[in-house]
Design a protein around this ligand. Structure first.
Ligand code: G16
Length: 548
């Protein structure tokens, strides 16, 4: 392996992927994300960055996922995955943005050389990168750009093909832990499906088979996961996939999927004829890292069970298992939420276990959850997982149960560590987890929904000229800029019974988001639109587009 950069080759390849001069890119909440048509140079440079990150980490495999998740089909994006399957270390997000914004090939070479110097990268180390993509039409073209970036640094590429985001995260961890005491599973898609289905079957053994579950696949990559896991479940759970048109132009995330359900609080119209009273269903998003549940109640009303409800269900189950296993004094279970968590869910959870609030974005939730022995994190949008610390896994392996009941609870906890994708939120793994808890509790959607009553809430987005003018603190609950706006929001909120509202710039779209809650639905809607109006006035713009 050469200890020099091949500047000539990098330059040659870079000229094939010029950066559009009028655009600036930022590595945000979930990597780079914008229209797929303007990401060619970004993907090339991400290929370079991922290779250098691998060299920096002594040849460990780095992951690259090409996806724009729940966003429209014409968008695309790319994010890097660190060796344990977690999001890219924050300090490298800046390097990513610097490389992406270098104007010319010579600026890019200079930026790469600076990075090698300041990050003290030993170029003689190997570089290994595994990459995957979702079903977006722009994916193959962008992957070709990425491959040129990998070739420029002579990295060893591994193509995971069309996969869900959580499978790519799983693969990264499985590859890097192979043959070690922390081995995460076989480093293949089959290994992933076998691991999840094997643990699921152990956890529901002896339980009655539930009614079939409708799964809205958002016309995305999750459809393939459902068809691959179904035969492995041996009839212990019947899945009825819907919205599986992955090659129909314009279908991805269109009036379906987890984000549609969460933001409209409605059943996707395409499911209307499939869901009967008391039947439960769930929606994945476009890359299958978010999950929303729902059911139709006896009065034929749609009832949504979001990430907060999933957190309440799962955390309660784990707390009981820890207690029943006799480990209550040894293992501390905690919850991590964001400002979007419904006030009722926070109240319900805080009465039972420690709750922490952090800014939006998996990386924030993940790190906060790592501080607990068992950390449960879910965003209200359905993105979340459960983390078992390595100390916890050792305790589970070595603890001597003193009663048969303790032994059963201990086994369940061990199987949960296998069922749950601990690298990132995973719609498929989370769906199986929910089904396990429902089976153990003998709950239908109704009983689960009754754990607490959601406060009515509303989420709206406001298109502004520059979303970066909006800055927040206190886990995004307070605006610090534009100056004076928070005071106006506070004045408004005080006028609403049970009112709460906050404003934050999106990390994935060019908009500002406004969330509001109040004791009654019409008031939550009114508060959200009045705060959106304040945001709009502050940001300026066409009065006819003012939110009403
Ligand atoms: C990404 C992050 C999520 C986060 C969401 C927020 O989701 O992975 O943790 O909740 O962005 O989006 P915004 O900042 O636009 O509100 P995904 O599913 O798009 O990768």
């Amino acid at each position: 392996m050469s200890s020099q950069l091949d500047v000539k080759e990098i330059s040659r390849l870079s000229e094939l992927h010029p950066k559009p001069s009028h655009l600036r890119y930022q590595y945000g909440t979930s990597g780079f994300r914008t229209l797929g048509t303007v990401l060619d140079s970004v993907l090339f440079r991400v290929g370079i960055l991922a290779s250098l990150r691998s060299k920096k980490l002594d040849g460990k495999t780095i992951g690259v996922m090409v996806t724009a998740s729940h966003n429209p089909e014409e968008d695309n994006g790319v994010k890097l995955v660190d060796p344990r399957g977690e999001m890219l270390e924050a300090s490298w997000e800046i390097h990513a943005s610097v490389l992406a914004n270098a104007s010319t090939t010579s600026d890019l070479i200079e930026a790469i050389e600076t990075l090698v110097r300041i990050a003290k990268i030993d170029l003689s180390k190997p570089a290994r990168v595994v990459y995957g993509r979702d079903t977006r039409p722009s994916g193959p073209f962008l992957v070709a750009s990425l491959r040129d970036g990998l070739a420029a640094i002579k990295a060893e590429p591994r193509d995971a093909g069309v996969v869900t985001t959580p499978i790519l995260h799983y693969l990264v961890r499985a590859i890097n832990t192979k043959g070690t005491k922390d081995a995460y599973g076989d480093d293949s898609e089959d290994g992933y499906f076998d691991k999840l289905s094997g643990a699921f079957k152990k956890l529901v053994a002896g339980k009655p088979t539930p009614p079939p579950l409708i799964v809205d696949c958002a016309n995305g990559v999750g459809a393939g996961s459902i068809s691959k896991i179904s035969p492995r479940l041996d009839g212990q759970l019947k899945l009825l996939p819907q919205n599986t048109a992955t090659s129909t132009p314009g279908a991805l995330n269109n009036a379906c999927g987890a984000d549609y359900v969460k933001t409209t609080q409605k059943l996707p119209p395409s499911l209307a004829n499939h869901l009967k009273a008391n039947q439960r269903g769930c929606s994945f998003d476009g890359d299958a890292d978010r999950l929303m549940y729902f059911y139709i109640d006896e009065r034929n009303q749609f009832r949504m069970l979001d990430g907060d409800k999933i957190a309440a269900l799962v955390a309660g189950f784990i707390v009981d298992l820890v207690k029943n296993a006799g480990l209550e004094s040894e293992l501390k279970v905690g919850i991590v939420q964001t400002a979007y968590a419904n006030g009722s869910s926070t109240k319900y959870l805080a009465e039972r276990l420690p709750v922490r609030c952090v800014p939006t974005g998996v990386k924030h939730l993940h790190h906060a959850a790592e501080r607990f022995d068992i950390g449960v994190y879910f965003e209200a949008n359905g993105h979340g997982t459960v983390l078992f610390s390595s100390g916890t896994q050792e305790t589970l392996a070595s603890h001597e149960p003193t009663t048969p009941a303790q032994s059963t609870a201990l086994n369940h906890l061990s199987n949960l560590t296998q069922l749950i994708n601990q690298t990132v939120g995973d719609a498929l793994s989370d769906m199986l987890l929910v089904e396990v808890v429902l089976a153990h509790r003998s709950y239908s959607g109704f009983e689960w929904d009754s754990l607490y009553v959601d406060l009515p809430n509303r989420l709206v987005k406001v298109v502004v000229e520059d979303r970066h003018a909006f800055q927040t603190e206190d886990a995004e609950r307070q605006l610090v800029s534009p100056k004076g706006l928070q005071g106006k929001i506070d004045d408004l909120v005080r006028r609403y019974d049970g009112g709460r509202s906050f404003v934050r710039p999106s990390g994935t779209e060019d908009v500002v988001r406004v969330y509001a809650e109040a004791a009654i639905k019409s008031q939550a809607d009114e508060l959200a639109f009045r705060v959106a109006g304040l945001v709009y006035d502050e940001a300026g713009g066409d009065p006819s587009a003012r939110p009403k």
